[in-house]
Write a protein that binds this ligand. Structure first.
Ligand code: GAR
Length: 210
C-alpha cells in the first residue's frame, strides 16, 4: 500500500476501551497514520462502544450470547471484519477465546496487547499473579495472534517495575500507562511498513526481532 495513506484498521474491544481511546487520540493528533474503519464489540454495554460513537467511528455489536458456539460467533465476526477490508485487526481488551480457523484466517494481520511479559502469565489476572509470585518486574506484550492463547510471536514488550507497596490496581494502572504509549507506536510501525511476519518470525526494519 502507499505508505502515506492511513492504515485501515478495525479495533475489537470487550470493555472500557482505554487502549481504543489512545489509538483514537493518536490518530487525532496525527502521530498515528491510521483510520479506524470500525470498532467491533462482543458486549452490548461496553463503554468502548461509547468512545467509538463519540469519535464518529462505525460500531458493530456481535453479542456472543446470541450464538450457539464459538464457530458460529467467529464466522459472523469474520464476515463483519471483512466487510471493512482492514489491513490490520487490533485486539484491544477483546476478551474472547478465538477458534483456530478464525485465527489462522487472519494470521499475520491480527495483533493483541496483553498485560504481562509473555510467555509469563497468559490468560487472566496477570497483575495479581505477578504480585503473588513476588516478581520484581511486570509489563506488557504486543504480539501477533496465533492459535495458541496469548502465545503468538511477540513484537514489543515494555517492562514495569513492581514497587514494594503495589496492589493489583496500582500495578495495573502503571502497566496501562505503558500500554497506551506502546500500542499506537506498534500500529504506526505497521502503517510505515516496518513490521512483517516471515516464517513465524517478527521482522522489524528488515531485521529479526529477538
Ligand atoms: C488491557 O490491560 C489489555 O492489556 C487487557 O485488557 C485490558 C483492556 O483495557 N487485555 C488482555 O488481558 C488480553 N488477554 P481497555 O479496555 O481499557 O483497553
Amino acid at each position: 500500500m502507499n505508505k502515506e495513506q492511513p492504515l485501515p484498521i478495525v479495533v475489537l474491544v470487550s470493555g472500557g476501551g482505554s487502549n481504543l481511546q489512545t489509538i483514537i487520540d493518536r490518530i487525532e493528533d496525527k502521530t498515528l497514520n491510521a483510520k479506524i474503519c470500525a470498532v467491533i464489540c462482543n458486549k452490548p454495554d461496553a463503554y468502548g462502544i461509547e468512545r467509538a460513537k463519540k469519535a464518529a467511528i462505525p460500531t458493530e455489536i456481535i453479542d456472543h450470547n446470541q450464538y450457539d458456539n464459538r464457530e458460529s460467533f467467529d464466522a459472523e465476526l469474520t464476515r463483519c471484519i471483512e466487510k471493512y477490508q482492514p489491513e490490520l485487526i487490533v485486539l484491544a481488551g477483546f476478551m474472547r477465546i478465538l477458534t483456530d480457523d478464525f485465527v489462522n484466517h487472519f494470521y499475520g494481520k491480527m495483533i493483541n496487547i496483553h498485560p504481562s511479559l509473555l510467555p509469563k502469565y497468559r490468560g487472566l489476572h496477570t497483575h495479581k499473579r505477578a504480585l503473588e509470585a513476588g516478581d520484581s518486574e511486570h509489563g506488557l506484550s504486543i504480539h501477533y495472534v496465533s492459535a495458541e492463547l496469548d502465545g503468538g510471536p511477540v513484537i514489543l514488550q515494555k517492562k514495569v517495575p513492581i514497587l514494594k507497596n503495589d496492589t493489583e490496581s496500582s500495578l495495573a494502572e502503571r502497566v496501562l500507562v505503558q500500554e497506551h504509549i506502546a500500542y499506537p507506536q506498534v500500529i504506526q510501525w505497521f502503517s510505515q511498513g516496518r513490521l512483517q511476519l516471515i516464517d513465524n518470525q517478527v521482522i522489524f526494519d528488515k531485521s529479526a526481532v529477538h
